[in-house]
Structures are given as C-alpha cells and as structure tokens.
Design a protein around this ligand. Structure first.
Ligand SMILES: Nc1nc2c(c(=O)[nH]1)N[C@@H](CNc1ccc(C(=O)N[C@@H](CCC(=O)N[C@@H](CCC(=O)N[C@@H](CCC(=O)O)C(=O)O)C(=O)O)C(=O)O)cc1)CN2
Ligand SMILES: [Zn+2]
Length: 754
C-alpha cells in the first residue's frame, strides 16, 4: 500500500500540533506524540500482514514541505529567522508575524493541500534533513522493515514555483540535475541503513506532460537507477492514467512501477502495450485509496491475473496513499447498519491488500472466507433498495432546458435593483463568521447529550443575533447569518439530505492540523425538508438590510464527500443539484432576496487531463444552473469561488450565470478581473480584498489600493467589496478591525466616485 493517514486514529497529531503552536506544550512532547504515531502505524501495518510496509508516511504538516526540508530548499526569509529546524519548518507552513508562509494549494484533484516550494537559481540543494533515514532506522529498531516513501524529484519541481526574485525565464525544473544528485545521496544513505526498497511518488505524470518533461523523467530515473549503492526503486504514479510516463519509466532500470488501476478503467488495457514491464515489478493499485467502498475482490483478482501475463512480477496495492481516507470503520459506533458492511477505511483496506496478495500467491482457497465475505458485501450494495429513489429519478427525467435557464441578465438586474436598493460598491462577507470555541462546545454538548436540541438552537440563535448586530454596527450592506450551526459547509448539508451517511470519527487531513469528515454519498439524494430556511428567516427578521441565504453547491458537495462509484458523477451531481434547488426556492419563498451558492471546489474537480475537461465542465456548470435557476428575476443569486487559479475554468465561471461572483483575489492583486474581462464577463463581481488565511489585519489604505486597482478593470456599478473567503477559521479580534477597514475603504471609494 502506497501510504497511510498520519493525523492519528483520534486526531492525536492535531491536538499535539495545536498545543505546541499555542505554547501549551514543548517540542519534546510534540516529538513524542509523533514518535508514537509512527510506531503505531508501522506496527499495525506489519501486523496486518503486508509484505512491504510503507515508511516515512508521517509528516508534521505536509509531505511536499518535508521534501523541501529534506533537500534544504528553505527560502532565505525563513532561514534568516534563526529558528531551530522544527520551528523553521512550521514558519514555512504557517508564517510568523512579518514573514508570510509558503503558498498553499490543492494536491492534484483532492481536498488535501500542500505547500508550494519556492525554487530560484540561487537555491542550493543539499541533503539537509535525514528524517527519511531516521524513520527507516526507527522502524527497523521496532522490528519492521519499511519501504521509505518520498515525493519524487520531477513531481517536487513540477509542483514548485519560481522564487519571486528569479528571472522570468527560470523554471524550477532547470534545477533537476542538481536535485537528482541529492536524491542519489539520500538513496545511498537509505541503502546503507538497510532499506531494500524506496518509493518515489510521481503523481504529476497523471496529468498532461510535455515531451520534454517525459525526457527529464527518463533522464532522472536513469541516473538514479545507475547508482551503485541504492535500494530497489519503486516509482509510484497515481490519480490517473500515467500515459506516456509508463513506457518512459519502463525504459529505465527502476525495479518497480506502481499504477492506479481504479481511477481510470482503461489503464489496465494500456499496460499490455508497454514494452519493458516483463523485467519489472508492477505494483497494481487495485484497492481504491481515495474512496471508502469495499473492494470487489473477485474483480480485482481477475485484473491481477491478467497482469501476470504482462509484467515480470505483480504486487497488489492501494491505488494511491491512504491519506485520503479515515482510519477505521470499526471506530464508528453509530453508522447506519445497512451501509457499514459496504465500507472499508484504511485499516480494512490494508486487510484487503493482504487478502489479494495471499490469493495470488497461495490460491483463492487460502482466503476463501475473506473472498466470500467481500462478495456478499459487494452484492448486497449492488442490489440494495436503498440506492434508488424513483421519485428523484422521475423528477430528473422530467427536467427540460428551461430547468437550467434564468431570464436574460438585464431583466434580472433591473428587477434586483428595484428590490434591493444597494449603494455602489456594496459590502458583504462570504458567509461564515468565526466558529468560536463556545459554538463548537455547544455542538459537542448537544452530541454528548448534556444539552438538548432546544437549548442548542437557542444558543445558535443568540450567536446569529450577535453576528447580525455586529454587521449592522460595522455598516455592511448585505448581511449574513454567520453559519454558526454548521460543523462544516459540506457535512452539514449531507447530514440533512437523504442518500448520505456521516461519520463521527472519519477524519481526513485537509491541511496541517485541519481535518474534515467527508460524508458518504451512497444512494439517490433528496431533501426531506428545508435545511437552512429557519436560520435565514430568523436572521432576516432582525434587520432591514438584506440577509444573504447561504448554501453549498452541488459540485462542492460532491468534491468534499466520498461519492458512489456505481454511476457517472454527473448523474449524482444532478440529484444533489435538485435538492439544493428545492432549498433555493424555499429560501426565496421565506423572503430571502439574495442567495449565495458556494462552489469553491469547481476548479478542484477539474480532471487532470485536458481531454476530459469539456465533459466535466458541462455537467458541473449544468448542476449549478439546475440548482440556481428556479427563482424569480428579482432574487439575486451569488456564487463564491476560492482556493485556486481560475484560468482554466474562466469560461465556466461565466457560464454559471450567477448575478454576482465573489472570488479569491487579494493574493494575486486582482489579476482574476482581467481574466474575466477577457472572456466578456459582465456580471457583478466581488474580488476578495483581503486574505482571510492570515491573521493580519489589512489597513483601510491597502484595501482602497486594491479597490482602485479593481476599478481599472470593472465599472463601479458591478464591483462588490468582500473578503477572499469565509471567516470561520479566524477570531473576532482580527475579524472586527479587518471588516472595519473594509467598510471604511468602500465608503471612501464611494465618496471619490460621487
Ligand atoms: N469539507 C471542507 N473542505 C474544505 C474546506 C471546508 O471548509 N470544508 N475549506 C477549504 C480548506 N480546508 C479546511 C478544512 C478544515 C477546516 C477546519 O477548520 N476543520 C476543523 C473541523 C471542523 C469541524 O468539523 N468541526 C466540528 C467538530 C469540531 C471538533 O473537533 N470538536 C471537538 C469538540 C469541540 C471543541 O471543544 O472544540 C471534538 O470533536 O473533539 C464542529 O464544529 O462541530 C478542524 O480541523 O478543527 C478548515 C478548512 C478547502 N476544503
Ligand atoms: Zn471560500
């Protein structure tokens, strides 16, 4: 198996990290928690019976940052802080006062975020950190031989960005030869420590790559495989079909290649056409590392048997690291008993890999019971009545082109002007206000029964009144209720929709110490009753200003859930869209005049290969339009996008046809506005005027500067003023002054316009 979760079965790492950052504990205490989590992992995997246990799967924050630290790629601004190694590492991850952290972005098409290394001509690589070697030794001392896992050199540089002071012509890949020399040193040290195998991860080759990049891949692995003293090398590709990278790698002397046989059904067939696999170990990723369904072991064995014809040796594995799934189904006390037998989390997946391995080596009879149990579970899911809801399917069949269309924008704008009466440069926020410890405690109290639902609801209503009063006092124009009742913007909706189950302990790392519990979408989706209307209505009653209703869109709900794998994603998206459409209409009926449907994951789900973009964008845009087109012209539909570079989806953003789009922009100095202009976007737009991912409070002048820049691209009557994203991860001590600056900056700009 290619990798393992590392936050701890009970989020031990989250608590240890946050305790250390808040100075509640020492470095030694943090290191002790880390040590025991590492030991727990390799002992568990060895006990499960894996022949090859992945090593170095632990990380204090992120594996890409670990790789930067390993090879000494520490930008000067962090090195100059004069901190110890661990604090330098955390400074790169989180920043310190005046030193901004590395940029954070999505790891391929997942909801995991990595830190983007900064590489310039002056970056000097060295084997600066030997954690991978120490981890190997530590496991060996515990009696477990591991296969250390490290991000590969191509993927590392392809994910890096050029340092700010690098010349325009510089690319991180220019440094490949130098970096490969340092990888060579690491491999030799691992060999000398006793490692028999090393795994180098190259998922970047599941995306489109140039012929030049493929040649660089060939060159790098030729060099590494010609070393005298090195472990056997396994190159892991995952998250999609490796395409031309497969024959390229097969032409080198690496001993093993891992391929993801789950994410793309045709990869199996293409393997037969690759020369050179007969001398290699093919690590076949047959157990889905990104989803939670139990594997159809019979089918997997059939595939593995076919591969025996193609490769020298066939090993069985997960399709990718198990970082993306929770630890253990058995840690769930209250899972729906119908759904539970269909599921496999990391622990169950390790057992599946072991079963498949034994079946291949010792014959199916040696694991007859396990195979029968899997067969029953898979059969039970396939034939379950709980998967189908004919009402939902009937409604979808009855949709027409009109179900995806609103009136022309001009007519909507006129109607909205009449009902909303907003000033130029209206100010608003993206939805959430700080999730205070108090609010979370109330939710924990409801869960453990120490308060009842009525007391909880009362507590949330108090929070909502506070948030409304604060926004009135600050002088914002379009208010929000603040989302205190939501544990998470996706999980909350899943908990109120049919067709989903939620977990209590199914945590998955999103970035650093931050985790999510992706809900499990197992069957047809529908909305048994209104979800948000009562909160929105109560909030609207407290103010004359419009309160913006706040929903999560279908694409994002899918992206941040474990989805069913028995029908195309586009069909599932349409079902979720229909449920959200019901909610949008109910909000309108309850007197809500502005409704925001968030789609921060629009870009994230974009397929890694360009040939699949059109099909994706088609159903993705369709699902958003289905969700939002059921309202009258006078109702203003907003959407919100964040967490990405929008270049590749810019046409899709226009096609969403929202009246107003708020979009992350502060860090890129409003560049996204020019991209939008280039494709003729003529709607309301709120480019974020400050970055909410940092505790820094922006000054009024700074925001005025950004608004002035925005006004060079967008006329005043279309420009909105808002932060980059929701405020849930911040504290009031930062939020109040930041919003004050923002409202004041808008007021000054308005005065200038008048
Ligand atoms: N699903 C999802 N993906 C996303 C985002 C997002 O908002 N949601 N935003 C982007 C960035 N990713 C993020 C991911 C997680 C968090 C985050 O803050 N997560 C929280 C957990 C949020 C949550 O589920 N909270 C629950 C449970 C909180 C909890 O841990 N409760 C304690 C007890 C309560 C206490 O004393 O605090 C416990 O169970 O032990 C709640 O509020 O009810 C965390 O790790 O701390 C933020 C951003 C992209 N991807
Ligand atoms: Zn956002």
């Amino acid at each position: 198996m290619l990798g393992h979760p590392r936050i701890g079965p009970r989020r031990e790492l989250k608590r240890a990290l946050e305790g250390y950052w808040a100075s509640r504990s020492t470095e030694a205490e943090l290191r002790e928690v880390a040590r025991s989590l590492r030991a727990g992992t390799w002992r568990e995997l060895a006990a499960a019976g894996l022949d090859s246990v992945p090593g170095n799967t632990f990380s204090y924050y992120d594996q890409v940052l670990d790789t930067a630290a390993t090879f000494g790629a520490v930008p000067r601004r962090f090195a100059e802080l004069g901190l110890g190694p661990l604090d330098t590492y955390f400074a790169m991850a989180r920043g310190v006062e005046s030193t901004p952290p590395l940029e954070m972005t999505k790891w391929f098409d997942t909801n995991y975020h990595y830190l983007v290394p900064e590489i310039g001509p002056g970056t000097t690589f060295s084997l600066a950190d030997r954690t991978a070697v120490e981890d190997y030794r530590e496991a060996a001392a515990d009696g477990v031989g591991t296969r250390p896992v490290v991000v590969g050199p191509l993927t590392f540089l392809l994910l890096s960005k050029s340092a700010e002071d690098a010349p325009k012509s510089f690319r991180p890949l220019d440094k490949l030869d130098e970096l490969v020399q340092r990888y060579a040193e690491l491999l030799t040290e691992l060999h000398d420590a006793g490692a028999g195998w090393v795994q180098l991860d190259e998922p970047a080759f599941a995306a489109d790559r140039t012929p030049e990049e493929l040649e660089l891949l060939r060159g790098a692995y030729r060099t590494l495989s010609q070393l005298d003293r090195r472990p056997d090398i396994l190159v892991a590709t995952y998250f999609g079909d490796p395409g031309d990278a497969l024959p390229t790698l097969a032409s080198t002397d690496v001993e093993g290649i891992a391929v993801d046989l789950v994410s793309n059904a045709s990869t199996v067939d293409s393997l037969a056409r690759v020369d050179g696999l007969r001398s290699k170990t093919l690590v076949s990723g047959l157990v889905d590392g990104r989803n939670v369904w139990r594997t159809d072991l019979d089918a997997a064995l059939g595939t593995a048997a076919a591969l025996l014809e193609v490769a020298g040796e066939v090993a069985v594995s997960t399709s990718c690291s198990l970082l993306h799934v929770p630890y253990d189904v058995d840690a769930e006390a209250n899972l729906d008993p119908h759904v539970r037998p269909w599921l496999a989390f990391a622990k169950q997946k390790a057992a599946e890999v072991v079963t498949l391995g034994r079946a291949l080596r010792e014959g199916r009879d040696s694991v007859a019971d396990e195979l029968a149990a899997a067969r029953n579970a898979v059969q039970d899911r396939r034939s379950s009545e709980r998967l189908r809801d004919n009402r939902v399917r009937g409604r979808l069949d009855a949709l027409s082109a009109d179900s995806y269309r609103r009136s022309p924008y001009d007519a909507r704008r006129a109607a909205q002007r009449r009902t909303l009466d907003l000033p130029p440069l209206p100010t608003t926020t993206i939805g959430s206000f700080p999730q205070t410890p108090d609010v979370r405690k109330a939710r924990a109290a409801l869960r453990n029964g120490s308060i009842d639902q009525a007391a909880y609801d009362q507590r949330m209503l108090e929070e909502i009144s506070r948030v409304i009063a604060l926004q009135e006092a600050l002088g914002l124009d379009v208010l929000v209720h603040g989302e205190p009742e939501r544990n998470d913007m996706v999980q909350y909706f899943a908990e109120h929709l049919d067709g989903f189950v939620s977990t209590e302990n199914g945590w998955v790392q999103s970035y650093g110490s931050r985790c999510v519990r992706p809900p499990i979408l197992f069957g047809d989706v529908s909305r048994p009753e209104p979800i948000t209307t009562r909160w929105a209505e109560r909030a609207q009653r407290l103010t004359e200003k419009p309160v913006k209703g706040m929903l999560t869109g279908p694409i994002t709900i899918l992206a941040w859930s474990f989805v069913r794998d028995d029908q195309p994603l586009g069909e599932t998206a349409a079902q979720v869209a229909l449920a959200i459409r019901d909610e949008v209409r109910d909000l309108e009926a309850a007197g809500i005049r502005v409704i925001q449907v968030d789609e921060p994951a629009l870009r994230e789900l974009l397929p890694l290969r360009a040939e699949q973009h059109e099909d994706y964008l088609d159903w993705a845009v369709g699902s958003f339009r289905l969700a939002t087109s059921g309202v009258a012209d006078r109702t203003q539909v907003h959407t919100h996008l964040c967490y990405s570079e929008f270049g590749e989806v810019i046409d899709a953003i226009v096609a969403l046809d929202a009246d107003v789009t708020s979009i992350e922009a502060a860090r890129s100095r409003m560049e996204v506005l020019d991209d939008l202009n280039a494709v003729g976007f003529g709607r309301g737009v709120g480019p974020g005027v400050y970055d909410i991912h940092s505790p820094r409070v922006p000054s009024t002048e700074e925001i005025e500067g950004l608004l002035a820049a925005a006004l060079r691209s967008v006329p005043a009557e279309r420009l909105w003023v808002n932060p980059d994203c929701g405020l849930k991860t911040r504290g009031y001590a930062e939020v109040e002054p930041a919003l004050r600056s923002m409202v004041e900056a808008a007021a000054r700009m308005r005065a200038d316009l008048a």
